[in-house]
Design a protein around this ligand. Structure first.
Ligand SMILES: Cc1cc2nc3c(=O)[nH]c(=O)nc-3n(C[C@H](O)[C@H](O)[C@H](O)COP(=O)(O)O)c2cc1C
Length: 410
Protein backbone atom coordinates (compact mmCIF):
# COMPACT_ATOMS: atom_id res chain seq x y z
CA UNK A 1 0.00 0.00 0.00
CA UNK A 2 2.67 2.47 1.08
CA UNK A 3 4.62 1.74 -2.08
CA UNK A 4 1.63 2.63 -4.23
CA UNK A 5 1.05 5.82 -2.23
CA UNK A 6 4.67 6.83 -2.55
CA UNK A 7 4.86 6.00 -6.23
CA UNK A 8 1.72 7.97 -7.07
CA UNK A 9 2.74 11.06 -5.12
CA UNK A 10 6.32 10.89 -6.41
CA UNK A 11 5.25 11.00 -10.07
CA UNK A 12 6.28 14.08 -12.07
CA UNK A 13 3.67 16.36 -13.64
CA UNK A 14 4.08 18.27 -16.87
CA UNK A 15 2.04 21.49 -16.98
CA UNK A 16 0.47 22.97 -20.14
CA UNK A 17 3.30 25.55 -20.44
CA UNK A 18 5.87 22.72 -20.49
CA UNK A 19 7.25 23.17 -16.94
CA UNK A 20 7.57 19.97 -14.94
CA UNK A 21 6.79 19.53 -11.23
CA UNK A 22 9.12 16.90 -9.72
CA UNK A 23 6.29 15.39 -7.64
CA UNK A 24 2.64 15.92 -6.63
CA UNK A 25 3.08 17.61 -3.26
CA UNK A 26 3.03 21.40 -2.99
CA UNK A 27 3.54 23.72 -0.08
CA UNK A 28 0.54 26.06 -0.23
CA UNK A 29 0.93 29.81 0.27
CA UNK A 30 1.29 30.91 3.88
CA UNK A 31 1.84 34.54 4.70
CA UNK A 32 5.25 34.65 6.42
CA UNK A 33 5.10 38.26 7.64
CA UNK A 34 8.88 38.39 7.66
CA UNK A 35 9.60 41.39 5.42
CA UNK A 36 11.04 44.73 6.48
CA UNK A 37 8.80 47.75 6.90
CA UNK A 38 9.42 48.81 3.30
CA UNK A 39 8.44 45.35 2.01
CA UNK A 40 11.97 44.17 1.20
CA UNK A 41 12.95 40.61 2.05
CA UNK A 42 14.99 39.54 5.10
CA UNK A 43 17.56 36.87 5.92
CA UNK A 44 14.90 35.20 8.06
CA UNK A 45 12.67 34.80 5.02
CA UNK A 46 15.54 33.38 2.97
CA UNK A 47 16.40 30.97 5.81
CA UNK A 48 12.80 29.77 6.04
CA UNK A 49 12.76 28.92 2.35
CA UNK A 50 16.12 27.20 2.56
CA UNK A 51 14.40 24.87 5.07
CA UNK A 52 11.26 24.40 2.95
CA UNK A 53 13.44 24.10 -0.17
CA UNK A 54 14.68 20.82 1.31
CA UNK A 55 11.22 19.75 2.47
CA UNK A 56 10.59 17.29 -0.35
CA UNK A 57 7.76 19.40 -1.82
CA UNK A 58 7.87 19.50 -5.63
CA UNK A 59 6.33 22.97 -5.65
CA UNK A 60 6.70 25.81 -3.17
CA UNK A 61 4.22 28.67 -3.38
CA UNK A 62 5.24 31.73 -1.36
CA UNK A 63 2.99 33.57 1.04
CA UNK A 64 1.12 36.41 -0.60
CA UNK A 65 3.34 39.18 -2.00
CA UNK A 66 1.78 42.62 -2.40
CA UNK A 67 1.55 44.27 -5.80
CA UNK A 68 1.06 47.74 -4.31
CA UNK A 69 2.68 49.35 -1.24
CA UNK A 70 -0.54 51.26 -0.59
CA UNK A 71 -2.40 48.05 0.37
CA UNK A 72 -1.11 45.24 2.57
CA UNK A 73 -2.88 42.05 3.60
CA UNK A 74 -0.89 41.89 6.83
CA UNK A 75 2.02 43.77 8.39
CA UNK A 76 5.34 42.30 7.32
CA UNK A 77 4.21 41.31 3.80
CA UNK A 78 6.78 41.34 1.04
CA UNK A 79 5.97 44.15 -1.41
CA UNK A 80 7.18 43.84 -4.99
CA UNK A 81 6.06 46.88 -6.93
CA UNK A 82 9.44 48.08 -8.13
CA UNK A 83 12.95 46.73 -8.67
CA UNK A 84 14.46 48.11 -5.42
CA UNK A 85 15.04 44.66 -3.87
CA UNK A 86 15.71 42.37 -6.82
CA UNK A 87 18.86 41.07 -5.11
CA UNK A 88 16.74 40.11 -2.10
CA UNK A 89 14.15 38.47 -4.34
CA UNK A 90 16.98 36.53 -6.05
CA UNK A 91 18.33 35.36 -2.68
CA UNK A 92 14.83 34.26 -1.66
CA UNK A 93 14.19 32.30 -4.87
CA UNK A 94 17.71 30.85 -4.79
CA UNK A 95 17.32 29.55 -1.24
CA UNK A 96 13.96 27.99 -2.07
CA UNK A 97 15.23 26.28 -5.21
CA UNK A 98 18.18 24.54 -3.55
CA UNK A 99 16.31 21.22 -3.29
CA UNK A 100 15.07 21.17 -6.88
CA UNK A 101 11.46 22.30 -6.31
CA UNK A 102 9.57 24.64 -8.62
CA UNK A 103 9.15 27.94 -6.76
CA UNK A 104 6.24 30.24 -7.54
CA UNK A 105 5.40 33.63 -6.05
CA UNK A 106 1.81 34.24 -4.98
CA UNK A 107 0.80 37.79 -5.93
CA UNK A 108 -2.09 39.58 -4.25
CA UNK A 109 -3.98 42.77 -3.54
CA UNK A 110 -6.21 42.78 -0.44
CA UNK A 111 -8.79 45.31 -1.66
CA UNK A 112 -11.10 46.39 1.16
CA UNK A 113 -9.56 44.09 3.78
CA UNK A 114 -6.17 45.86 3.65
CA UNK A 115 -4.86 46.18 7.21
CA UNK A 116 -1.97 48.49 6.39
CA UNK A 117 -0.87 51.15 5.82
CA UNK A 118 -3.28 53.15 7.97
CA UNK A 119 -2.54 56.36 6.12
CA UNK A 120 -4.19 55.03 2.95
CA UNK A 121 -7.84 54.28 2.33
CA UNK A 122 -8.55 50.73 1.15
CA UNK A 123 -10.11 50.25 -2.29
CA UNK A 124 -12.88 47.90 -3.37
CA UNK A 125 -15.13 47.08 -6.31
CA UNK A 126 -17.90 48.87 -4.41
CA UNK A 127 -17.61 50.99 -1.24
CA UNK A 128 -19.02 48.37 1.14
CA UNK A 129 -17.30 47.66 4.44
CA UNK A 130 -16.16 44.17 5.37
CA UNK A 131 -18.49 42.70 8.01
CA UNK A 132 -15.68 41.29 10.15
CA UNK A 133 -14.63 43.42 13.13
CA UNK A 134 -11.00 44.41 12.75
CA UNK A 135 -11.11 44.54 8.98
CA UNK A 136 -13.69 47.28 8.54
CA UNK A 137 -12.06 50.17 10.33
CA UNK A 138 -11.87 52.24 7.19
CA UNK A 139 -14.67 52.40 4.64
CA UNK A 140 -13.24 51.49 1.25
CA UNK A 141 -13.29 53.72 -1.80
CA UNK A 142 -14.84 52.45 -5.05
CA UNK A 143 -12.24 51.82 -7.73
CA UNK A 144 -12.63 53.85 -10.93
CA UNK A 145 -12.16 52.22 -14.35
CA UNK A 146 -8.82 54.04 -14.54
CA UNK A 147 -7.74 52.62 -11.15
CA UNK A 148 -8.63 49.12 -12.37
CA UNK A 149 -6.41 49.50 -15.44
CA UNK A 150 -3.54 50.55 -13.18
CA UNK A 151 -4.11 47.50 -10.93
CA UNK A 152 -4.03 45.10 -13.87
CA UNK A 153 -0.69 46.63 -14.87
CA UNK A 154 0.56 46.21 -11.29
CA UNK A 155 -0.23 42.48 -11.23
CA UNK A 156 1.68 42.10 -14.52
CA UNK A 157 4.62 44.19 -13.27
CA UNK A 158 4.96 42.17 -10.05
CA UNK A 159 4.87 38.94 -12.07
CA UNK A 160 7.58 40.29 -14.36
CA UNK A 161 9.75 41.25 -11.37
CA UNK A 162 9.21 37.84 -9.76
CA UNK A 163 10.48 36.12 -12.89
CA UNK A 164 13.38 38.56 -13.18
CA UNK A 165 14.23 37.68 -9.57
CA UNK A 166 14.51 33.97 -10.35
CA UNK A 167 11.06 32.62 -9.50
CA UNK A 168 9.81 29.84 -11.79
CA UNK A 169 6.21 30.99 -11.96
CA UNK A 170 3.46 32.99 -10.27
CA UNK A 171 0.17 32.28 -8.61
CA UNK A 172 -2.57 34.92 -8.81
CA UNK A 173 -4.57 34.98 -5.57
CA UNK A 174 -8.26 35.14 -6.42
CA UNK A 175 -9.55 33.38 -3.29
CA UNK A 176 -10.21 34.14 0.41
CA UNK A 177 -12.03 37.47 -0.02
CA UNK A 178 -9.17 39.62 -1.32
CA UNK A 179 -9.52 42.08 -4.19
CA UNK A 180 -9.99 39.63 -7.09
CA UNK A 181 -12.36 37.52 -5.05
CA UNK A 182 -14.25 40.69 -4.00
CA UNK A 183 -14.81 41.37 -7.70
CA UNK A 184 -16.13 37.82 -8.20
CA UNK A 185 -18.65 38.10 -5.36
CA UNK A 186 -22.13 39.53 -5.92
CA UNK A 187 -22.11 40.57 -2.24
CA UNK A 188 -19.11 42.86 -2.55
CA UNK A 189 -19.33 43.82 -6.25
CA UNK A 190 -22.44 45.94 -6.95
CA UNK A 191 -20.99 47.58 -10.05
CA UNK A 192 -23.04 48.00 -13.20
CA UNK A 193 -20.20 48.73 -15.58
CA UNK A 194 -17.71 46.55 -17.49
CA UNK A 195 -16.53 45.02 -14.16
CA UNK A 196 -19.79 43.96 -12.56
CA UNK A 197 -23.51 43.38 -13.02
CA UNK A 198 -23.43 39.70 -14.01
CA UNK A 199 -21.07 36.71 -13.54
CA UNK A 200 -19.22 37.38 -16.83
CA UNK A 201 -18.42 40.95 -15.91
CA UNK A 202 -17.55 40.05 -12.32
CA UNK A 203 -14.89 37.60 -13.56
CA UNK A 204 -13.52 40.01 -16.16
CA UNK A 205 -10.90 41.55 -13.85
CA UNK A 206 -9.45 38.15 -12.99
CA UNK A 207 -9.32 37.13 -16.66
CA UNK A 208 -7.74 40.45 -17.63
CA UNK A 209 -5.12 39.99 -14.91
CA UNK A 210 -4.34 36.47 -16.18
CA UNK A 211 -4.01 37.76 -19.72
CA UNK A 212 -1.78 40.70 -18.67
CA UNK A 213 0.47 38.39 -16.63
CA UNK A 214 0.67 35.91 -19.52
CA UNK A 215 1.56 38.79 -21.87
CA UNK A 216 4.42 39.75 -19.57
CA UNK A 217 5.96 36.42 -18.58
CA UNK A 218 5.41 34.52 -21.83
CA UNK A 219 3.75 31.26 -22.81
CA UNK A 220 6.36 28.89 -21.41
CA UNK A 221 6.22 29.94 -17.74
CA UNK A 222 3.64 28.65 -15.24
CA UNK A 223 0.69 30.77 -14.16
CA UNK A 224 -1.53 29.39 -11.41
CA UNK A 225 -4.70 30.83 -9.89
CA UNK A 226 -6.06 30.18 -6.40
CA UNK A 227 -9.85 30.19 -6.45
CA UNK A 228 -12.61 29.58 -3.93
CA UNK A 229 -14.90 26.64 -4.59
CA UNK A 230 -17.39 28.92 -2.80
CA UNK A 231 -17.21 31.78 -0.34
CA UNK A 232 -19.39 30.11 2.34
CA UNK A 233 -21.44 33.34 2.59
CA UNK A 234 -25.19 33.53 2.05
CA UNK A 235 -25.84 34.98 -1.41
CA UNK A 236 -22.13 35.20 -2.19
CA UNK A 237 -19.87 33.49 -4.75
CA UNK A 238 -21.18 29.94 -4.96
CA UNK A 239 -20.23 26.58 -6.44
CA UNK A 240 -21.94 27.29 -9.77
CA UNK A 241 -20.05 30.58 -10.10
CA UNK A 242 -16.79 28.83 -9.22
CA UNK A 243 -17.32 26.20 -11.91
CA UNK A 244 -17.89 28.91 -14.52
CA UNK A 245 -14.81 30.86 -13.47
CA UNK A 246 -12.67 27.72 -13.38
CA UNK A 247 -13.68 26.80 -16.93
CA UNK A 248 -13.01 30.34 -18.13
CA UNK A 249 -9.55 30.14 -16.54
CA UNK A 250 -8.92 26.82 -18.28
CA UNK A 251 -9.89 28.43 -21.59
CA UNK A 252 -7.59 31.36 -20.77
CA UNK A 253 -4.66 28.94 -20.64
CA UNK A 254 -3.60 28.88 -17.00
CA UNK A 255 -1.36 25.99 -15.90
CA UNK A 256 -2.74 25.05 -12.49
CA UNK A 257 -5.89 25.89 -10.56
CA UNK A 258 -5.66 25.67 -6.78
CA UNK A 259 -9.00 25.11 -5.10
CA UNK A 260 -9.78 26.56 -1.69
CA UNK A 261 -12.79 28.25 -0.05
CA UNK A 262 -13.95 30.95 2.37
CA UNK A 263 -12.45 34.17 3.65
CA UNK A 264 -12.18 36.25 6.82
CA UNK A 265 -15.93 36.13 7.37
CA UNK A 266 -16.14 32.35 6.94
CA UNK A 267 -12.66 30.83 7.28
CA UNK A 268 -13.46 27.62 5.38
CA UNK A 269 -9.89 27.33 4.12
CA UNK A 270 -8.83 26.27 7.62
CA UNK A 271 -11.99 24.27 8.21
CA UNK A 272 -13.84 26.58 10.60
CA UNK A 273 -16.74 27.89 8.48
CA UNK A 274 -20.41 27.28 9.17
CA UNK A 275 -21.48 24.24 7.15
CA UNK A 276 -18.20 22.41 7.63
CA UNK A 277 -19.12 20.84 10.98
CA UNK A 278 -20.66 17.77 9.41
CA UNK A 279 -17.97 17.36 6.77
CA UNK A 280 -14.98 15.06 6.98
CA UNK A 281 -11.93 16.80 8.40
CA UNK A 282 -10.00 15.61 5.38
CA UNK A 283 -9.95 17.36 1.99
CA UNK A 284 -12.53 20.10 2.61
CA UNK A 285 -13.08 20.92 -1.06
CA UNK A 286 -12.67 17.50 -2.74
CA UNK A 287 -16.32 17.36 -3.77
CA UNK A 288 -15.91 20.52 -5.85
CA UNK A 289 -12.71 19.15 -7.41
CA UNK A 290 -14.65 16.06 -8.51
CA UNK A 291 -17.36 18.21 -10.05
CA UNK A 292 -14.82 20.35 -11.86
CA UNK A 293 -12.85 17.34 -13.11
CA UNK A 294 -15.93 16.11 -14.95
CA UNK A 295 -15.70 19.22 -17.15
CA UNK A 296 -11.99 19.86 -17.72
CA UNK A 297 -8.48 18.39 -17.89
CA UNK A 298 -6.98 21.53 -16.39
CA UNK A 299 -4.37 20.56 -13.77
CA UNK A 300 -6.00 20.94 -10.35
CA UNK A 301 -4.32 21.45 -6.97
CA UNK A 302 -6.47 20.78 -3.92
CA UNK A 303 -5.65 22.44 -0.61
CA UNK A 304 -7.40 22.34 2.75
CA UNK A 305 -7.37 19.63 5.40
CA UNK A 306 -5.42 17.00 3.49
CA UNK A 307 -3.59 14.87 6.05
CA UNK A 308 -3.74 11.17 5.14
CA UNK A 309 -1.19 10.01 2.54
CA UNK A 310 -3.47 7.18 1.32
CA UNK A 311 -6.29 9.67 0.74
CA UNK A 312 -3.95 12.08 -1.08
CA UNK A 313 -2.72 9.28 -3.29
CA UNK A 314 -6.25 8.11 -4.13
CA UNK A 315 -7.27 11.63 -5.15
CA UNK A 316 -4.29 11.75 -7.53
CA UNK A 317 -4.46 8.18 -8.83
CA UNK A 318 -8.19 8.37 -9.62
CA UNK A 319 -7.57 11.60 -11.52
CA UNK A 320 -9.66 13.91 -9.31
CA UNK A 321 -6.71 16.22 -8.72
CA UNK A 322 -3.12 16.49 -9.91
CA UNK A 323 -1.38 18.20 -7.01
CA UNK A 324 -1.88 17.98 -3.24
CA UNK A 325 -1.52 21.32 -1.41
CA UNK A 326 -0.30 21.39 2.19
CA UNK A 327 -0.28 24.44 4.41
CA UNK A 328 -0.35 24.07 8.21
CA UNK A 329 1.49 20.71 8.35
CA UNK A 330 4.56 22.42 6.85
CA UNK A 331 4.83 24.74 9.88
CA UNK A 332 4.94 21.92 12.44
CA UNK A 333 6.81 19.36 10.34
CA UNK A 334 8.89 21.35 7.85
CA UNK A 335 9.89 18.22 5.89
CA UNK A 336 6.35 16.78 5.85
CA UNK A 337 6.37 15.98 2.07
CA UNK A 338 9.67 14.07 2.29
CA UNK A 339 8.30 12.08 5.23
CA UNK A 340 5.14 11.18 3.29
CA UNK A 341 7.19 10.22 0.26
CA UNK A 342 9.25 7.98 2.56
CA UNK A 343 6.06 6.16 3.56
CA UNK A 344 5.60 7.81 6.97
CA UNK A 345 2.55 9.50 8.40
CA UNK A 346 3.92 12.27 10.61
CA UNK A 347 1.80 13.29 13.58
CA UNK A 348 0.66 16.87 14.01
CA UNK A 349 -0.53 18.68 17.15
CA UNK A 350 -4.22 19.52 17.42
CA UNK A 351 -5.08 23.04 16.34
CA UNK A 352 -5.85 25.87 18.76
CA UNK A 353 -8.89 25.55 21.02
CA UNK A 354 -12.02 26.89 19.31
CA UNK A 355 -13.93 29.87 20.77
CA UNK A 356 -17.05 29.36 18.62
CA UNK A 357 -16.71 32.81 17.02
CA UNK A 358 -15.57 31.77 13.57
CA UNK A 359 -13.66 34.87 12.38
CA UNK A 360 -11.65 34.75 15.64
CA UNK A 361 -11.09 31.01 15.28
CA UNK A 362 -9.82 31.61 11.75
CA UNK A 363 -7.44 34.26 13.08
CA UNK A 364 -6.21 31.92 15.85
CA UNK A 365 -5.40 29.26 13.25
CA UNK A 366 -3.25 31.75 11.36
CA UNK A 367 -1.49 33.07 14.49
CA UNK A 368 -0.87 29.57 15.86
CA UNK A 369 0.84 28.45 12.67
CA UNK A 370 2.58 31.74 11.93
CA UNK A 371 4.24 31.39 15.36
CA UNK A 372 5.83 28.12 14.19
CA UNK A 373 7.11 29.82 11.02
CA UNK A 374 8.86 32.36 13.23
CA UNK A 375 10.42 29.57 15.28
CA UNK A 376 11.78 27.87 12.16
CA UNK A 377 13.46 31.11 11.06
CA UNK A 378 15.10 31.37 14.47
CA UNK A 379 16.56 27.87 14.07
CA UNK A 380 14.18 26.46 16.71
CA UNK A 381 12.05 23.37 16.32
CA UNK A 382 8.28 23.87 16.13
CA UNK A 383 6.48 23.58 19.47
CA UNK A 384 5.19 20.20 20.58
CA UNK A 385 2.32 21.62 22.62
CA UNK A 386 1.58 25.25 21.73
CA UNK A 387 -0.73 26.98 24.19
CA UNK A 388 -2.37 30.32 24.93
CA UNK A 389 1.07 31.91 25.34
CA UNK A 390 1.77 31.11 21.67
CA UNK A 391 -1.26 33.12 20.59
CA UNK A 392 -0.49 35.94 23.03
CA UNK A 393 3.08 36.29 21.73
CA UNK A 394 1.94 36.16 18.09
CA UNK A 395 -0.75 38.78 18.76
CA UNK A 396 1.79 41.08 20.44
CA UNK A 397 4.23 40.67 17.57
CA UNK A 398 1.53 41.39 14.99
CA UNK A 399 0.20 44.43 16.86
CA UNK A 400 3.70 45.92 17.07
CA UNK A 401 4.28 45.17 13.37
CA UNK A 402 0.94 46.79 12.48
CA UNK A 403 1.88 49.92 14.43
CA UNK A 404 5.22 50.06 12.60
CA UNK A 405 3.37 49.85 9.30
CA UNK A 406 1.03 52.78 9.89
CA UNK A 407 2.93 54.26 6.97
CA UNK A 408 5.18 52.49 4.49
CA UNK A 409 8.43 54.02 3.26
CA UNK A 410 8.11 54.91 -0.42
C1 LIG B 1 -0.37 31.07 8.75
C2 LIG B 1 -1.15 30.91 7.48
C3 LIG B 1 -1.01 31.88 6.47
C4 LIG B 1 -1.69 31.75 5.25
N1 LIG B 1 -1.46 32.65 4.26
C5 LIG B 1 -1.99 32.44 3.03
C6 LIG B 1 -1.61 33.25 1.93
O1 LIG B 1 -0.77 34.15 2.03
N2 LIG B 1 -2.22 32.98 0.74
C7 LIG B 1 -3.12 31.96 0.57
O2 LIG B 1 -3.60 31.77 -0.54
N3 LIG B 1 -3.48 31.17 1.60
C8 LIG B 1 -2.92 31.37 2.80
N4 LIG B 1 -3.21 30.50 3.82
C9 LIG B 1 -4.12 29.35 3.57
C10 LIG B 1 -3.33 28.12 3.11
O3 LIG B 1 -2.71 28.31 1.87
C11 LIG B 1 -4.25 26.90 2.97
O4 LIG B 1 -5.21 27.21 1.97
C12 LIG B 1 -4.94 26.53 4.28
O5 LIG B 1 -4.05 26.59 5.38
C13 LIG B 1 -5.56 25.11 4.20
O6 LIG B 1 -4.59 24.14 3.95
P1 LIG B 1 -4.06 23.16 5.16
O7 LIG B 1 -5.28 22.48 5.71
O8 LIG B 1 -3.12 22.20 4.49
O9 LIG B 1 -3.43 24.05 6.15
C14 LIG B 1 -2.57 30.64 5.06
C15 LIG B 1 -2.73 29.69 6.08
C16 LIG B 1 -2.03 29.81 7.27
C17 LIG B 1 -2.20 28.76 8.33
Amino acid sequence: MTDTVTTTLATTLQLPCGAVLPNRIAKAAMSEQLAQRDGTTTDKLHRLYAVWGRSGAGLLITGNVMIDRDALTEPGNVILDDARDLDGIRAWAGAAKEGGAQVWMQINHPGKVAVAPFDKRPVAPTAIRSTVPGYNIRKPRTLTAGDIDVLIGRFARTAELAMAGGFDGVQIHAAHGYLLSQFLSPLSNHREDAWGGDPERRMRLLLDVVSAVRGTIGSDQPIAVKLNSRDFTHGGFGTGDALEVALALAAAGIDLLEISGGGYEAPAMTGVARGQEDRPHEAYFAEFAEQLRAHTDLPIMLTGGLRTPAHMSTLVSNGTVDVIGLGRPMTFVPNYPARILAGERPTLPRGPRRTGYRPLDGYLELAWHNAQIHRITAGKTPQRHPGAHTIARAATRLTKAAARQATIPR
